[in-house]
Structure formats: C-alpha cells, structure tokens
Design a protein around this ligand. Structure first.
Ligand code: GLU
Length: 476
C-alpha cells in the first residue's frame, strides 16, 4: 500500500506539543514506509482561525525538522466540494434537515440529565413529512443538516496502536450535525467530521494517525466513509500527553506550544527527540538520545504505548543538556549571540565569545541559561550578601589595592593565566593571607558573589573586555 499520511492542524492557536508529537509520529511512519507526509490546514472555524497561527505552525514544524511533501491543502478553499458531498448525502437519504431549535435541544438535554441519561439528540426530526418541514420553514426556522446514525450500528476497526476497536452507534450522541444552521434552501457551513472524511479521501490518505481524543470521531467518520462508498483508511490513535498530576496537558501547565519551548532555550533536536519518547518505547539496545532522522528506520506503531504519556521536564532537560554538550562552542555562540543582542550586549570579538561559551557551556541546560550566566561579564553585577560580607573584611581591601596597582603595569588585552596566577601568589606573600581569601576577594569584587565558573578564566575574559580594573577600584 502506498503510504500517505497527514497532519491536519486547526490554526486556532500556536503549534501545540500534542499536535507536534502527532506530526512527528506521522512523519516517522511516512519515512519508515517510504511514504508521503502531507499538511492540511483545517481553517473552517473562520472566527478563531488566524493567519499568524498558520505561520506559527509552519515555522514550528520546520524548526523541528518535520518537512512536508506537497503544497498544504487549505480546507476552507474546498467548502463547495464539502457542500456537494452533503447534498449527495441528503439525496441518498443518509442525511436530513433538522429544525429543532436551540431551546428545544436544551430542554431535551435537561430532561435527559434529570433522568440520569447521557446527552443525546433523540432524532426527532429524522422523518418529517414535507408538510411538517414547510411549517417549520414558514415559522422562520433555519435547519442544521444531520447525518443518520443508527443505534444498532456496530463500528469496528483495527487500530495500529490500540488493536481491535468496536464502537456502538448508540454511544455516538444520535444523528450527527454535519452542517451549521442556514436557510432551508441552502447548505450551511460544513462541520469537522464531514470535511475530514471528504478531504482525507480526496488527498488519498492511507493512514490517519491522530490523538486518542478523536476515537469517537473515527467511529462517526467510518460511517460517513461507508455512506459515501469511500475507502476507509487505516487508523492509529496516539496516547494523550499528561502533566505530572496525570491530567491532560493544557494551557494551565504553562508551556505547551513549540514556539514557547523554543523561546525558553530548548533546542529543536532535544524537543524532537523528547517528543518521540512521549508514547514510543525505544527498542532494546537503542539509546534514548537520538536524532529523529536516525530512528525513522526502526520506528513502528508496535512500540507505541496505549497508555498515556507523562510529560517529564527532567528528561527533556537531560536531553537538552546532552544536545548542548554535543554542540561546538561556535554553535552555542551562534545560538546565544541573538539573545545577547536582545539585551544590548555586543561581543568584543568572536574569539572572546567562544572563550566565554567554553567557560559557561558545561553548566547550560537550556540555551537561555547562557544569558543568565553571561550577564555578569557584560553588566556590572550587584553585590550579594556573601560578596558584601567578603569585601567588608579589611584584608580584602588590602589585597584588591595591591592587585590593582600591579594590574596597572599589565596589558589588559593580553592578560594571561600565568600573569593571573603570579598576581595571586604575590598577593598571598605581600599581604600575608591565605590563597582562599585572595580568590574570594577577587571574585567578590569582579562578580559580586562567591560562586561562579573558573575564576582565572573569568578574570581573563573580564580583563580582555577592560572591565576588571574598574570593578576592583570600586572597593578600595
Ligand atoms: N483539526 C483536527 C485537530 O486539530 C484534526 C484532527 C484529525 O487529525 O482528524 O484536532
């Protein structure tokens, strides 16, 4: 079978982690099978769909390395085709106009609730006579169009992830609305289940891979395929992504969209790697740190879990730090430099930048950590309590005074490790103090704190940026 899969995002928000993970599973499956991965923008909700979200979805997928094969299909451009299909369904007796008003529907649901029943349309307008219809029209009522779903129907499919699935027609909420309210002589806006079937079939989609929140939709869509005499695709329903409390990951969990992860400093490689692990178990002998292009050959739905996947920040952080550690200093600098510029910081030279990255890189978990860590090299830091305490010690002032005097005879731009060590040793002898006190005094004066990366290297960087002498002179 020629494999053709698709991602069908609704541009009513930014690219969500769950949608991106669905995209990834589709993409991996297409690569594995030598198939085609397509994109369809489901923008029929004209009020909530936005051009900026379409761009965010395209950008997010590209950033993750998920490329699509053909020009994306824009669902709203096919509305006339969708309406034609609805017309056919009416003509063949599979669908009908339903004039029940919203208040009547509310009343119906209230009664059902009172009787402990699940809300369900009771199909009361399924068999209206032409006279009854005329009465409703004359009373100014506008109908929706409903597709008939028989309570007796049993819908089955063999899900690539969940195995044999069976759904009963009686659990699908009664006859399903496939077009919004509109005057009876027209067809209103076609709705999700109908348009998905129409588009998947026209796009010759062989496998529909999407979240398990669509299981009931799949049952309804299979009925539509059958009514329209169309080939039913193979289905695979991926597990949901839950937060640490076991609830569906939502906006309330803070970051959920790919662009937000990017903004926080996660790399595309770690994100794609991590998202693949959300639901897919790595076969034995394969490391969990991989590039998606490397694992497409071994990807299979057999290893996708039925149970939900828990979002695990620790694992994502671990993967991201792995990716950063594998990067060259130059690449890390390329990622950091735009963020430095946003803060108004410019590098004295590229070589200096690489030296800085070499120093702070090992402790970076996300790219943005580099900004926090680089800050004291660009901006004069405030003294924290430890730093203040250190600089109040008399010997500290004496040490700094001695060092500053000596620095005046040294070239700031060429300041070296040997010179720094020599200065420290001289201060120990001259001021009759321990090495620790000298080191702490220098660090407190230069960085306002007693912790940080290697002091000698940090000092060399500050000196080459001509920032060490002014900082020391503040405290003597
Ligand atoms: N637009 C739907 C969604 O974003 C697509 C579901 C599907 O793949 O059929 O959930």
């Amino acid at each position: 079978m020629t494999v053709r899969v698709r991602l069908a995002p609704s541009p009513t928000g930014t690219l969500h982690l769950g949608t991106a993970r669905t995209a990834l599973f589709n993409w991996l499956f297409a690569k594995k099978e030598g198939g085609t991965f397509l994109l369809r923008i489901e923008d029929t909700d004209t009020e909530r769909s936005k051009e900026e979200y379409i761009k965010n979805i395209y950008d997010g997928l590209k950033w993750l390395g998920i490329n699509w094969d053909e020009h994306p299909i824009i669902q709203s451009e096919r509305v006339n085709e969708h309406k034609k299909i609805i017309k056919t369904l009416i003509e063949k007796g599979f669908a009908y106009r339903c004039y029940v008003s919203e208040s009547e529907l509310d009343e119906m649901r209230e009664t059902q609730k009172r009787n402990g029943l699940a809300p369900k349309y009771d199909n009361r307008h399924r068999n209206l006579t032409p006279e009854e219809e005329s009465e409703f029209i004359n009373a100014g009522r506008e109908p929706v169009i409903r597709f008939k779903i028989s309570d007796q129907e049993l819908i089955s499919w063999n899900d690539l992830i969940r195995g044999q699935m069976t759904w009963s027609g009686k659990d699908l909420g009664g006859d399903m609305v496939i077009a919004r309210r509109a005057p009876a002589n027209s067809i209103g806006d076609p709705l999700y289940n109908l348009v998905v079937v129409a588009d998947d079939s026209v796009m010759k989609i062989s496998h529909v891979i999407r979240g398990e929140d669509h299981l009931a939709n799949t049952a309804k869509q299979i009925l539509l395929y059958k009514a329209l005499d169309l080939k039913v695709p193979v289905f695979a329903h991926t597990p949901l992504i839950l937060n640490s409390e076991g609830k569906k990951l939502s906006k309330r969990d803070g970051v959920t969209s790919i662009s937000e992860f990017k903004k926080m400093g996660y790399t595309s490689e770690a994100m794609a790697n991590y998202m693949t692990l959300l639901g897919w178990s790595v076969p034995e002998g394969i490391n969990e740190r991989f590039k998606i292009s490397e694992i497409s050959e071994i990807f299979s739905f057999k290893k996708v879990n039925k149970s939900s996947a828990k979002f695990d920040w620790d694992k994502l952080n671990w993967l991201n730090s792995q990716v950063i550690h594998e990067m060259s200093d130059e690449t890390i600098l390329e990622n950091l430099d735009p963020l430095f510029k946003e803060n108004g910081w410019s590098l004295p030279s590229k070589e200096w930048g690489i030296h800085l990255v070499h120093l702070i890189g090992p402790s970076m978990i996300v790219i943005n950590d580099g900004v926090e860590q680089a800050k004291p090299f660009f901006e004069e830091p405030e003294l924290n309590n430890d730093g203040k305490y250190q600089l109040e010690i008399n010997e500290s002032k004496e040490i700094l005074k001695f060092i500053l005097e000596k620095l005046e005879n040294l070239d700031a731009a060429l300041f070296s490790k040997e010179e720094a060590l020599d200065l420290i040793n001289q201060a120990i002898t001259n001021c009759q103090v321990k090495k620790g006190l000298v080191m702490k005094s220098i660090r407190a004066a230069l960085f306002g704190t007693l912790s940080g990366p290697d002091l000698i290297q940090s000092w060399i960087l500050l000196s080459r940026f001509c920032k060490d002498r002014p900082r020391i002179s503040r405290f003597i």
